[in-house]
Write a new protein. Structure first.
Length: 319
């Protein structure tokens, strides 16, 4: 099994790296090994350790399924991105950077993302400083054992987080085609979360108004996107409103040389897999939800206007 994994890793490296890229040099850049140690592994005199295989998989976006040679429909390798770490900010940036590298692979090919969201998608929230800060704040508040919870105003978002988020937003909007299915209650749920923290005196009235203002701005951005069917990059996007409830948020990405499925967990955590059987099932599930949804992009004008009008009224009543 160890030899099979070793051979699978070498094969995956050859398939992933550009023809002009030296495999040994690539490994020297990402592994804490000397030149001779790397060549011993490439010659097969020494096997790659599991830790080394995981590092290579993460840095180069190679599927662990491919490395392990898993072709069984009943088994798959999943990446667990729960953002649990002593240094939360570093872990958060690490996960965003990993997905940004995936988006870069999808940038210069015929790529596609399909997704169903119970919550407002990250690609829409992150451009707004207060809303993106609130997402982080809520997650830290819920997942960390904090005895003396700090108020929203005292959470300082480092510049590296802002820069990482911007790269994430910029690259995902270069995917050739996207379609998103929205839960009709996602804005109302978000507003209720803000209202909860306001009642706990953790968010001031002024901060609530700032957040509310950005929600209205976000609604306008999404409404314009729905009407035009394009991002600012010119890439196509279609938006749907679900007529049924779904139990989680799902996303499926596909490019010339990559296929990835994601399932949301614990607010901003995810699990992902490049296993072809998992990806196919994920894709089919999202597409099945589309059959229970109403298209509001470049059509369904009456439905679109009604939805955004209702969201604004509900947010006004909650906040």
């Amino acid at each position: 099994m160890i030899k099979n994994m070793h051979d699978g890793l070498i094969s995956a490296l050859e398939n992933t790296l550009p023809p002009n890229k030296n495999i040994a040099n690539a490994l020297l850049d990402i592994l804490p090994l000397g030149k001779e140690a790397v060549y011993r592994r490439l010659r097969g005199h020494v096997q790659f350790t599991l830790d080394e295989a995981v590092i290579i998989s993460k840095e180069l976006g190679i599927s662990l399924d491919e490395i392990a040679g898993i072709k069984d429909k009943d088994r798959a390798v999943f990446g667990l991105r729960l953002l649990q770490s002593e240094n939360l900010i570093d872990k958060y940036c690490e996960v965003l950077n990993m997905y940004t590298r995936i988006f870069l692979k999808l940038k210069d090919c015929h790529s596609k993302v399909i997704a169903a969201f119970r919550i407002i998608p990250y690609s829409f929230v992150l451009p707004f400083s207060n809303l993106s800060k609130f997402k982080l704040y809520r997650w830290i508040y819920q997942t960390q054992a904090i005895t003396n919870t700090i108020p929203f105003s005292e959470l300082i978002v480092p510049q590296k987080v802002i820069d990482t988020q911007k790269r994430f937003i910029d690259e995902i909007r270069f995917i050739t085609y996207s379609y998103f299915i929205f839960d009709r209650n996602m804005f109302t749920s978000f507003a209720r979360e803000i209202n909860y923290f306001a009642k706990q005196n953790l968010i001031s009235d002024t901060e609530v108004q700032d957040l509310k203002s950005e929600i209205f701005e976000l609604l306008s951005v999404i409404e314009l996107t729905a009407a035009t069917g394009t991002y600012s990059t010119g890439k196509s996007i279609s938006l749907y409103l679900s007529d049924v409830d779904f139990d989680a948020s799902y996303a499926y990405f596909r490019g010339d040389d990559i296929e990835l499925s994601l399932l949301s967990l614990y607010s901003i955590g995810v699990i992902d897999s490049e296993n072809p059987y998992v990806c196919q099932s994920h894709k089919e599930w999202i597409e099945s939800l589309r059959r229970f949804s109403t298209l509001i992009t470049q059509s369904g004008e009456k439905e679109r206007k009604s939805f955004f009008k209702i969201q604004k009224e509900l947010i006004n009543n909650i906040l």
